[in-house]
Design a protein around this ligand. Structure first.
Ligand SMILES: NC(=O)c1ccc[n+]([C@@H]2O[C@H](COP(=O)([O-])OP(=O)(O)OC[C@H]3O[C@@H](n4cnc5c(N)ncnc54)[C@H](OP(=O)(O)O)[C@@H]3O)[C@@H](O)[C@H]2O)c1
Length: 266
C-alpha cells in the first residue's frame, strides 16, 4: 500500500509504531496517531507534518481504559480510514504465579481487547467502501509458549489467530487484515517490561524500520500473516514442527538462562 489516504496508528510515538508513522507519512498518507504521552505525541505529529508535508493529528488515549478505547473507536467510525495499525502492546515478563491479577487484566485490555474493539470499529466502513487494511502487530512469540509462565505469548497467539480469521472473512470484500509477527526488535519495549535485552546476541535483533517495510510488502501481497526476516521465518517453522516435548525442554531451559519467568516461578 502506497500513496495518499488516511492511517490511524496506535503506539505511534516509539519503536515499531513510530516506524509505521514515518513509513506512512513518507508515502504521503495523512495520520491519526495514538499514545498516552500527549506531549510526546504532539512532538511526533509536528515532526512528521514538517518533514513529509502530511496532516498528522494527535489522539491521546490509554488503550487499557475502556472510555479511551471507545473514543478512538468513535474516531475510526467517523473517518474513511485506509489503514488501521493496532500496534500498541506490552509484556509483563512475570511469572503468572507472581503477577498481579489487575496487571494481567490490563495486559489483556491493551494487547487483546483494544485490538478487537478497534478492528470491530474499522471493518464495517472498510467493507462498505470495498477497500482498506488493518495490520495487527503480533509477535513470533505467539507461535508457541515461548516465555514459559508468561501470558504475553498467549495474547499474541490470540492476535495472530484473530487477524487470520477476520482476514479470511473480509478478503473477498476487498479488505485486508494481517498479523505482523516480528521477532526481537530494538525499541523501548524491553526496558518497559524489565526484560534483560543486553543478554541477547546481536543476531537476534531486527530494526523497526525493516520490520515495517517487510510488513507493508507482505500486506501488498495479500498475506494474512507476515514474519519479517529469514531467520525468524526459520524460527517459526521450528516452533511449528518441533515435537512439543522437545520444544518445551528447549524453551524452559532458555527461559531459565535468561532469568525469565520459569526461574521466577520456582
Ligand atoms: N520490540 C520487540 O521485540 C517486539 C517483538 C514482537 C512484537 N512486538 C510488538 O510490537 C508492538 C510495538 O512494540 P514496540 O516494541 O514498538 O514498543 P515500544 O517501543 O515500547 O512502544 C510502545 C508504544 O505504545 C504506546 N503505548 C504503550 N502502552 C499504551 C497504552 N496503554 N495505550 C496507548 N498507547 C500505549 C507507547 O506510548 P505511551 O507510553 O506514550 O503510551 C509507545 O508509543 C507491541 O504490540 C509489541 O508487543 C514487539
Amino acid at each position: 500500500m502506497t500513496g495518499s489516504g488516511l492511517a490511524l496508528i496506535t503506539g505511534a510515538t516509539a519503536g515499531i509504531g513510530a516506524a509505521f508513522a514515518r513509513d506512512r507519512a513518507r508515502a504521503g498518507q495523512d495520520l491519526i496517531l495514538v499514545a498516552r504521552d500527549a506531549a510526546r505525541l504532539d512532538a511526533v505529529c509536528a515532526e512528521l507534518s514538517t518533514t513529509f508535508g502530511v496532516r498528522a493529528q494527535p489522539l491521546p488515549a490509554d488503550l487499557t481504559v475502556p472510555a479511551d478505547v471507545a473514543k478512538v473507536a468513535a474516531v475510526i467510525r467517523e473517518q474513511p480510514l485506509d489503514l488501521l495499525v493496532n500496534n500498541a502492546g506490552r509484556s509483563l515478563n512475570k511469572s503468572f504465579l507472581k503477577s498481579d491479577v489487575d496487571d494481567e487484566e490490563s495486559l489483556l485490555d491493551l494487547n487483546v481487547l483494544s485490538v478487537m474493539k478497534l478492528t470491530h470499529a474499522a471493518l464495517p466502513g472498510m467493507v462498505g467502501r470495498g477497500r482498506g487494511a488493518i495490520v495487527n502487530v503480533s509477535s513470533v512469540s505467539g507461535f508457541a509458549a515461548t516465555m514459559p509462565g508468561s501470558t504475553y505469548p498467549a495474547t499474541k497467539a490470540w492476535v495472530t489467530n484473530f487477524s487470520e480469521s477476520t482476514g479470511l472473512l473480509v478478503r473477498p470484500k476487498g479488505v485486508r487484515v494481517m498479523a505482523l509477527c516480528p521477532g526481537f526488535t530494538r525499541t523501548e519495549f524491553h526496558d518497559r517490561a524489565g526484560i534483560a535485552a543486553a543478554q541477547m546476541p546481536d543476531w537476534v535483533w531486527l530494526k523497526a524500520d525493516a520490520v515495517v517495510r517487510q510488513g507493508m510488502r507482505d500486506l501488498a501481497k495479500g498475506k494474512l500473516v507476515s514474519v519479517p526476516s529469514a531467520r525468524y521465518k526459520v524460527a517459526v517453522a521450528g516452533l511449528k514442527l518441533m515435537p512439543r516435548s522437545v520444544l518445551h525442554r528447549v524453551l524452559s531451559r532458555g527461559a531459565r538462562r535468561m532469568g525469565r519467568t520459569v526461574g521466577d516461578a520456582e
